[in-house]
Design a protein. Structure first.
Length: 210
């Protein structure tokens, strides 16, 4: 389990830093390798999943170690009382310093597992963004998802014309080839501990190209 960094641990839960390239849960294709939860269950048999990160996204995940903790944290995610922040590196120099993206999203049935913008039939989605660094080609952005749709951050940034570097689903050409992995990282998660009721905020540094 050396590849999975444990950021916080007590008898109720773990908070881990998921590597890029690892599924959150077991997939249907064995060649994708052992998932995060399968790996953790080798040492923590009661570990369970309450939220996911895409296979190519790295970063902070909370892992309950009993049913009570699972119920508590699952409810927090459902009621959107948790807080999450991501960092991404996108192709292009963003002109806005900050803003919000409100494009509704729906599954692209002709191109699974891709999602697409559909403001007539899609689910309402909202992302806040702030540029933290620019180079002559790229921008590094801090992202706060207000909703939690599948591929939300990836599609929202693409809708502005700034695909995330290394994104095998939504970028192409130089935007895809400029990084050897998806440049998207969950760098902060905040939730209420199910026993102490205190806010737990865990961060993990984003090891992105800029």
């Amino acid at each position: 389990m050396n590849e999975i960094e444990i950021l916080y641990q007590d008898k109720y839960l773990l908070v881990v830093n998921k590597p890029s390239g690892m599924l959150s849960i077991k997939g249907s294709r064995p060649e994708k390798g052992k998932s995060l939860i399968e790996t953790l269950q080798e040492d923590f048999s009661s570990a369970s999943i309450v939220h996911r990160l895409d296979m190519d996204t790295s970063g902070v995940m909370v892992i309950p170690l009993n049913k009570m903790t699972h119920r508590s944290i699952s409810k927090q995610f459902q009621e959107r009382t948790t807080a999450k922040r991501y960092e991404a590196v996108v192709y292009g120099v963003m002109s806005q310093d900050n803003g919000q993206i409100n494009e509704s999203l729906i599954a692209d049935k002709d191109n699974p597992p891709r999602q697409k913008v559909d403001n007539l039939n899609g689910k309402i989605s909202k992302t806040l963004f702030e540029v933290v660094k620019r180079t002559d080609k790229f921008s590094k952005v801090s992202l706060t998802p207000v909703t939690g749709r599948s591929h939300q951050l990836r599609v929202h940034l693409l809708s502005l014309g700034y695909p995330i570097l290394g994104d095998s689903l939504y970028s192409q050409g130089e935007a895809f080839n400029s990084a050897d992995r998806l440049q998207l990282h969950s760098c902060m998660l905040r939730f209420k501990h199910p026993i102490s009721k205190k806010d737990i905020e865990i961060t993990a540094e984003a090891k992105l190209i800029i």
